[in-house]
Design a protein around this ligand. Structure first.
Ligand code: COS
Length: 383
């Protein structure tokens, strides 16, 4: 058995979930072409839905696999998917993050209308929070939602929105009131809504659907608001509390793959009359990689276990997990490139891809610097 599953964070249901997912990943085949990332993403959403895996993203009564969304299941899923493919992980993660605010705070009508379709892969979800001048500083966001009778009218622009262009709906955060964190609200906006357009698509070092959304007098019914007016910031933060540790889990998945490839390569590659693995500097690199993986995994599983079993608010634990695991994974993938030498920077090599795939994780869903700020603030607030 996979050794990490014997750790005390997991129970039998996690073990059978992870074992079945590993078996499925050994059989499934989705065509991936970096030049056509949106197609690959749609393909992964369809495959994940057919396999029943998207059920981990929502509660049981809306087609989910467990009564409540379980952070440990999400982490195990992302770790295994990232080990196989960055786009598989991305497709899964966005169904979860994009539907998270509806799942956690939405009205019965919104949950009924959207969640089963997310699980079934009929709807692709997106989370539209960031703006050009409000990435880390969410309280500065300027997109407005003005109440007009039974409707809200949205105006503004959202930047670096994952799934922009392929999503069927967007959870959008906009200002409905005063400046700062207390004047924000969250809404569900369908992709086909009049006045909503994808202004531009953005290409990144690890291609996935990403772009800028423009809201030009987009009218939506008041019933599409998630939670109450002014609750938007807390909805965003609570959703991120659940998903930040899963970003750490994805990082661990990339890092495990980098270590696995490095072990294989260093045992095969011959130089100076021996193998790369015989060199003590290689052994030191391998030791550092493996130890950092375990340290990161422990922080990730601790955050997820705390969320599932102890308390809802895990801001500090999730921030520690994301910060450490994503920074460590960056170092690990970099070491893997070094172990592969010239092959490591050659297009088409797995470690070259991992090196690119892992980079954005230190930026999205709260940059490393934000995680440090969150941890420091939490500790100072406790004393
Ligand atoms: N769950 C519930 N409520 C939370 C919360 C959480 N995880 N985190 C904060 N809150 C509440 C606070 O309790 C506070 O409530 P009151 O106004 O009732 O006192 C309120 O929200 C404001 O919190 P805080 O003062 O900590 O907000 P700040 O503006 O100082 O800072 C940071 C917030 C920087 C931590 C936040 O803006 C952040 O996480 N930024 C990064 C955003 C991000 O991840 N962007 C990427 C987009 S997704 S790809």
């Amino acid at each position: 058995m996979d050794e990490r599953l014997a750790w005390p964070f997991f129970d039998e249901s996690h073990r059978s979930f992870a074992t079945a997912l590993a078996r499925w990943l050994g059989e499934v085949n989705v065509i991936e072409d970096e030049a056509r990332a949106p197609d690959a993403c749609r393909g992964w959403v369809r495959a994940l839905a057919a396999g029943g895996w998207l059920g981990a993203c929502v509660q049981g009564r809306f087609g989910g696999v467990r009564e409540n969304v379980d952070a440990r299941t999400l982490c195990l899923a992302r770790e295994s998917l990232a080990y196989r493919s960055a786009l598989a992980d991305f497709a899964f993660a966005m169904q979860g993050l994009g539907s998270g605010p509806i799942s956690l705070f939405g009205s019965a009508e919104l949950r009924d209308a959207y969640l089963a379709k997310v699980v079934g892969g009929e709807s692709i979800a997106a989370f539209a929070l960031s703006e050009a001048a409000a990435g880390s500083d969410v309280a500065a966001l300027a997109t407005t939602a003005q109440r007009d009778g039974d409707e809200y009218v949205l105006n503004g622009e959202k930047s670096w929105i994952s799934n922009a262009g392929i999503a069927d709906f967007y959870v959008v955060f906009a200002r409905t009131g005063e400046d700062g964190t207390r004047g924000l609200s969250a809404f569900v906006v369908d992709a086909g809504q009049r006045g909503l357009s994808v202004e531009k698509t953005v290409e990144t070092i690890s291609p996935h659907p990403l772009g800028t959304l423009r809201f030009d007098n987009v009218r939506i019914a008041a019933g599409r608001r998630i939670g109450h007016e002014g609750q938007g910031f807390k909805i965003a933060m609570a959703t991120l509390d659940l998903f930040r540790s899963t970003v750490g889990a994805a990082a661990i998945g990339f890092a495990r793959r980098a270590l696995h490839e490095s072990l294989r390569h260093s045992k095969q590659r011959r130089l100076f009359g021996a193998t790369l693995a015989d060199l003590q500097l290689t052994q030191a690199a391998i030791a550092a990689m493996a130890t950092e993986i375990d340290a990161g995994a422990l922080l990730v599983y601790r955050a997820a276990w705390t969320k599932d079993t102890l308390r809802d608010r895990v801001t500090r634990e999730a921030a520690m997990a994301k910060w450490f695991a994503t920074e460590a994974a960056g170092r690990i993938c970099d070491r893997a490139v070094q172990i592969f030498g010239g092959r490591g920077v050659t297009k088409g090599e797995i470690v070259e891809r991992l090196y690119r795939d892992v980079r954005a994780l230190r930026i999205y869903e709260g940059a490393s610097e934000i995680q440090q700020l969150v941890i420091g603030k939490a500790l100072l607030g406790e004393t």
